[in-house]
Design a protein around this ligand. Structure first.
Ligand SMILES: Cc1cc2nc3c(=O)[nH]c(=O)nc-3n(C[C@H](O)[C@H](O)[C@H](O)COP(=O)(O)O)c2cc1C
Length: 275
């Protein structure tokens, strides 16, 4: 590992003035150079380890102590195969030694209301949003805990491309919904920390300010092109092959194609009101 300032400079193009209190923290350096893993060794991850990581993930903060997130460990091979099929048999997902699904769960909260004979009156978007955020925070905690001991992970929002099927497969009841899958295992290669937008574009002081966002993204595009060029270009048949294929080009191509347009109806069918 190299020093924190160099790691952050690599990631963001420049480093904040690193505070001495954090300078020597192994966790900070680990986080600064982390990356998602999509190539796993065949070595299994023990059930005890997966369960311990789940426990650590659930130590993360949770909105109003409501604990509206659950983790489903999918270790039944038939279930894994069915999920792989739904995900289009992506080899790195299929080969991952362990697979989990992080869910938002607003069902328990409503059950508590029923048991206490109190009406759940906050039946609006926030109920869905709180559970989704809690699940995302737990996912992040799991990833950080796993990576801190040398495991590799990759979250998989693609499970929401087929939320109805995933939900049926995992027996998710009303008010429980999938947020992301997670592939887990021992990495088969080293991950390169993917470059991030400059901190001046994403960290604001006192009030939001994106007055230089166009220039900031142009500079980021060019930094990424030089240091981490994309291996492939999205929808080349529609948009052609760009000479200078950038991050912003990639993202605008990605979201020019409809995706997950039925997720809203999935969530509504799970009982949520999204007003
Ligand atoms: C909620 C969430 C969902 C994601 N879904 C996918 C996915 O479906 N497929 C995939 O290959 N990567 C997925 N990723 C991984 C991101 O692509 C990855 O985090 C991003 O490219 C930044 O790279 P890094 O994690 O290596 O820094 C997901 C990440 C998050 C946080």
């Amino acid at each position: 590992m190299t020093d924190l300032r160099s790691l952050l400079s690599h990631r963001f193009g420049s480093s904040p003035d690193v505070d001495p209190e954090v300078e020597d923290s192994d966790i900070a350096r680990q986080l600064a150079q982390r990356g998602s893993c999509r190539r796993f060794r065949k070595d299994p991850v023990s059930p005890q380890l997966v369960e311990t990581l789940c426990a650590l993930a659930l130590c993360t903060p949770t909105k109003s102590d409501l604990q509206q997130r659950d983790i489903i460990i999918v270790d039944n091979q038939e279930q894994r195969r069915s999920i792989n099929t739904l995900l289009g048999n992506s080899p790195w997902v299929a080969d991952a030694p362990a697979f989990l699904v992080f869910c938002g769960n607003n069902r328990r909260h409503r059950q508590i209301h029923t048991w206490h004979g109190r009406k759940f009156v906050n039946d609006h978007l926030d109920a869905f949003f709180n559970a989704a955020v809690d699940a995302g925070i737990a996912l992040s905690g799991f990833v950080m805990a796993a990576e801190s001991i040398g495991l590799g992970c990759c979250p998989i929002s693609a499970i929401r491309n087929c939320a109805d099927d995933v939900s049926t497969l995992l027996d998710l009841p009303q008010f429980v919904f999938p947020v992301a899958g997670l592939a887990l295992g021992y990495p088969d290669d080293t991950t390169d920390a993917s470059l991030r937008l400059p901190l001046k574009a994403t960290v604001h002081r006192n009030r939001f300010d994106d007055s230089s966002i166009h220039q900031d993204i142009a500079a980021y595009d060019s930094r990424r092109m030089k240091r981490q060029p994309y291996a492939t270009q999205k929808f080349e048949d529609r948009f052609g092959k760009a000479v200078d294929y950038s991050w912003s080009d990639d993202k605008s191509r990605q979201y020019s194609e409809p995706e997950r347009t039925d997720f809203g109806s999935h969530v509504r069918a799970k009982g949520f009101k999204l007003d």
